[in-house]
Every structure is written in structure tokens, then in C-alpha cells.
Design a binder for this molecule. Sequence first.
Ligand SMILES: Cc1cc2nc3c(=O)[nH]c(=O)nc-3n(C[C@H](O)[C@H](O)[C@H](O)COP(=O)(O)OP(=O)(O)OC[C@H]3O[C@@H](n4cnc5c(N)ncnc54)[C@H](O)[C@@H]3O)c2cc1C
Length: 411
Amino acid sequence: MSLDSVVIVGAGHGGVQVAISLRQEGFGGRIVLVNDEPGLPYQRPPLSKAYLLGKINATAMLFRPETFYVDQRIELVHDRVAAIDRQNRRVMLDSGSALDFGHLVLATGAHNRPLNVPGSTLGGIFGIKTKADADFLSPLVKQARNVVVIGAGFIGLEFAAVAAAEGAAVEVLELGDRPMARAVSPQMSELFRAAHQGWGVKFNFRTGLAELEGEDGKVSAVTTSDGRRLPAELVVYGIGVIPNVQLALEAGLDIDNGIRVNSSLLTSDPHISALGDVAAFPCVQNGENLTRLESVQNAVDQGKLIAARLVGKPAPYTALPWFWTDQGNLKLQIAGLSIGADNYVTLGDAAAQQLSVLCFRGDELIAVESCNRPGDHVFARKILARPPALTPAAAAAPDFDLKAWEAANRP
Ligand SMILES: Cc1cc2nc3c(=O)[nH]c(=O)nc-3n(C[C@H](O)[C@H](O)[C@H](O)COP(=O)(O)OP(=O)(O)OC[C@H]3O[C@@H](n4cnc5c(N)ncnc54)[C@H](O)[C@@H]3O)c2cc1C
């Protein structure tokens, strides 16, 4: 019997892409997109960048206008899926109604890891995950004089750059010893450290958060793990996310740091797929180890793959991971995964804030980080997507150029 209906839980990058791709692939059945956030589905990356700075408005963040969903017969349901009845292939909604599904797609994303210290329920303390978060923050960041950011990862530093641009004094607390340490090379961390310091951001490395102090229910100061007191009217934290697996867990699906899926992105139930931030998949670029990636590219490419499978075109997920972050005048683009990198070759000029770092594991090129060198990123993606492999010796040659090497070594 052919598939007649797909219910998608979550209308972020992954869920919306499944719906769009299903129609593009010619699926004629019912598509229902259930989302627990208000309004039309929107993109998250601008929440900590352009939208927060007021450079783009809410309409510019939408994936598609309302007419698109109507024209494409994609039913948008504003509700929360409360439970999955696998036996009867049905989901139960908070409102009390139920939806039957031929296939179910879980695209529930992740939520921010909360701060767990005394005072964390005071006013003026924010994570950034939703448009509602950014709408709260946007006027506050314009007024705040003293801002403390907890965590020097992507989100924390994107926010630090915005707050510094708005004229606030910004202190960043970070347990590690360099910015974005889990995701980028020491060379790239150094470029970003210097740039942020140039904008007036102060880093406190190897420093945790001990307590948040308040006045009249609002945060007024932060006490660090080494006993210092930093004034703060606004505290923003970005200390990682926790995948939204509750639904899947209660339905008895396999969970392993996310909803466990196979290389086709099927869960342990053949009628249910999962993707995006919530899914742990065997990642080719990470030695087939179960991996959860938090990026637009991953959610979008996985959405396309699931839609193709549902119309009878199955394929394993092998897409090359890539990612970007914008901080001040810096655009960092990363192709590949640098897990296990032990050898780096740099191209360009860190002082001029135009640098690419080629990350090798032994002789194998596994990732390329490019700051303000978009051309390198384009060619890095091509080079990483196929053999022959570029070696550290070749990359270290004088006047080495990624574009020329790619052209000369095209299969
Ligand atoms: C501030 C911010 C900046 C970012 N910047 C970048 C960037 O620069 N580059 C990049 O590549 N990535 C960036 N990301 C990450 C990127 O946005 C995510 O990887 C991507 O959104 C993941 O898509 P998803 O569909 O898996 O989940 P999400 O986009 O998180 O969508 C999940 C949706 O499901 C809903 N939901 C959850 N449970 C239920 C339920 N039971 N019923 C109904 N609905 C439910 C959630 O409310 C949410 O709306 C950023 C993320 C944030 C928060």
C-alpha cells in the first residue's frame, strides 16, 4: 500500500524541509506540520545575529509566506504533540485531538541547557532559542551597560559581538581556555579572541559561574567560580543544548544522545524517521560513530533525504557537514568535521582577519575553517566531498591556492 500521509513534528529547518521536499518529489498525500511555536515557521540563525541587531525584520526570517503552505497543501497545525501511539500510528495533541499517520517524522530539535546555579531564575537572564527569546532581548541589549555572557561557543560569541556593537561592556565566562574550543582549531580561536578583544569584549577563560545576584527580582551581578563579582543587568548563556527526545523516549524508540537513527534516518520503528538537532546518526565523516549535529545544513540535507526515501528513492546519509557563524565583521565558514585533527596548515593572514585553517588528521584533510575567505570555503567543500586527498605537504607549499588545486585535481 502506498504512503498516504506524513505527519511531521516540529517546523524548524528539518521539519519544513521534509514538507517542501516531499511536494518537490511529487508526493501527493496529506502532509501535516505540527509545531508548538506561534506564527509561521522561521529560521533560527538570525536570532543571535541580524535580527537581534535589527538589521532584518521578522518577515525576512520566514522560510516561506503563508500562501506557500496553502498552495502546497501543507497543513500547519499550531499545537504540541504530547504522545505517539505507535500501535495505531497516531499522534495525540495537547488540544486533545489526534492525527493518524502513514509515516511520522520527528524534527523536534533541542532546548538550551539551563543554568544551574543559585539565582538563575532572576529576570534579565536569557538563552536564545526562539523568536520570542530574541524579541525579549532585542530592546534590552540596546539599553544594557553591563552584559555577562556565559559560554564562549558560537551562540555566546555571536551575542557578545552584538552586545559590544550596541555599546555594552561585555564579559565572557568560559570554562575552557579559548573561544569555540570544541569546534575550531587553536589558530581560528586566536583570531576570534583577538577580534572580540578589539571590540572591547573581555574574556574570562577557565572560569565558571558560581551565583547570580539580583535586586528587585532582576539580575544585578554575577559571581565567578574564582570569587569575583561582575556587575550585570543582562546575562545571556549559551552552554549547549539538550535534544528534545521525550516524545520518542516515551514511545519506546531507541535513544542515544538523541533519537537513534540508521544511515537512512529511520528510527527503531520503520514508520518513524528523525532528523536534525534531535537525531543521532552514524556519521561517515566521524567514522560511522553516532553523531548529533546542530546545523542548518544537517537539518536541511537530512530533510531532503527523508523525503526522497518516502517517495521510493532511498539513499544513505553521507552529506558533507558545513556550518557558518557571523560575529561582527567576521564570517567563519567550516567545511567538514575537525574531530581528531592533529595537524594544521594555514592560508592567508590572521592579522588581516582573512585566514583559512586546513585541518588534517595525520595526512587526511578532514575540515577547512575559513574566516572572511568565502572562496576557500567553496573549494574546500568540493575537495572534501571526494578524493584525491590533499596532503599537508602539498598544502604547505609556497603560494598554495585551494581553487587552483581543486581545478588541477578534479576527477
Ligand atoms: C540562536 C541560534 C543561532 C543559530 N545559528 C546557526 C548558524 O549560524 N548556522 C547554523 O548552521 N546553525 C545555526 N543554528 C542551529 C540551527 O538553527 C539548528 O541546527 C536547526 O534549527 C535545527 O533544525 P531542527 O529542525 O532540527 O530543529 P529546530 O529548528 O530547533 O525546530 C524544532 C521545532 O520543533 C518544535 N517542537 C519540539 N517539540 C515539539 C512537540 N512535541 N510538538 C510540536 N512541536 C515541537 C520546537 O518548538 C521547534 O520549533 C542556530 C541556532 C540558534 C538557536
